[in-house]
Design a protein around this ligand. Sequence first.
Ligand code: UDX
Length: 444
Amino acid sequence: MEYQQARRCRVVLVPLPFQGHITPMLQLGAILHSKGFHITIAHTQFNFPNPLNYPHFDFLALPDGIGAQTISADNFIATITAFNTKCKDHLQDSLARIMEKDDQHNKTACIIYDEYMYFAEEVAKHLRISSIILSTSSAAKMLSYIAVPMLQKNGYIPIQDSKMLELVPGLEPLRFKDLTITYFRKLDDLLQLMAKALDPRSSSSIIWNTMDCLEHLTLAKIKQEYQLPLFPIGPLHKTVPAISSSLLEEDHGCMSWLDKQPHNSVIYISLGSVASMDNKDIVEMAWGLANSEQRFLWVIRTGSTALPEGFQETVKDRGCVVRWAPQQEVLVRTAVGGFWSHCGWNSTIESISEGVPLICQPYFGDQRVNARYLTQVWGVGLEWENDMNRKDIEEAIRKLMVSKEGELIRQRAKELKEKIESSMNQGGSSYNSLNELVKLIWSF
Ligand code: UDX
């Protein structure tokens, strides 16, 4: 409460309503609440959280006309575009009504919005309040987006198959195959969305769920490009007491199983909230795990019907399969010695904050960028680039869990964890950035 003053200062948060984006925004809300701010979450009706789980926040529902649907790489852009066109008027009118009651003791300070919910900046500008962007992914991802106009100018886009394995000039160690734009069928739509998400317009600054010790050079390049204050205050989930933001029900039953397993013996497998293996890959993964003879906790979101006959009998109680795990709690457990991950940014941050080394199997979006940094820059992961076949899977798991090479990677992960912890301690970079951010918001 160090900056709390006699007046009440409201901060309005506008998350993109997908799991990987809601979580860091709610964590930021909890952090700012602990610093004395009054928090209003302006949330689409799509994936609207249960307010009873967050008694310390106010909620404002934004009609979005989307209805219930499953988000995939195919409808991602259309859905985001719909949010940006359909939610603006309601947010503007609702905030205008709230702000009518503002006085010298009660103030609406600013809107903090997910970079993809850019309509919120227009609302803030119209209401003459400040706005701040929350970037929920890595700085490296943003740098790879910023480079797109240069790549277009130099004739690299659309990317030719023959170039896939070449390093991208200025973005090393990324290869062309690691760029988000490489896999999108509707490239023009993606380029338009990127341009909108990248444009800070009148926003005063950018908050990041990253750490200076992790992405110092990248953040410096972005700062040079934008000439705006950047606040890398991550890892958000370690800065705030745990809050549950899970859209799916967590299976806590696996925790008692996990607690019975020896130190560093379990590989945790999860692909986040969007990516998934097809049935054929699930079968290969199952036999790869069984043949590796390692213990495992495996999240199969899409149902376990595809597990092959004889698998359960083979692995017995050496493995545990759930639909959705309490991931942050899982990664804290000392039994977990490795993470087979799609490398979404939240999973990445959650894993490295606990010193858990990874096998990196990226699918789309920013995941390839994160995987590349995890394996080539921070040295805390093994790159998985093969087709899914049981023999290679078995080998990769053994390599991470029980080989000399795996031990070195685990050692580096432990050292990175220590650096991250230092950045959060008094005087560390994330600690200082958060104080600066809080000061800035009070000054609005
Ligand atoms: C999406 C994109 O896919 C990702 O690339 C981007 O960086 C963020 O948005 P998602 O696929 O859900 O995110 O992955 P990730 O960012 O890793 O977030 C998943 C979240 O779900 C994590 O916070 C993780 O703790 C949680 N989770 C995952 C669970 O709580 N239980 C699980 O079983 C799996």
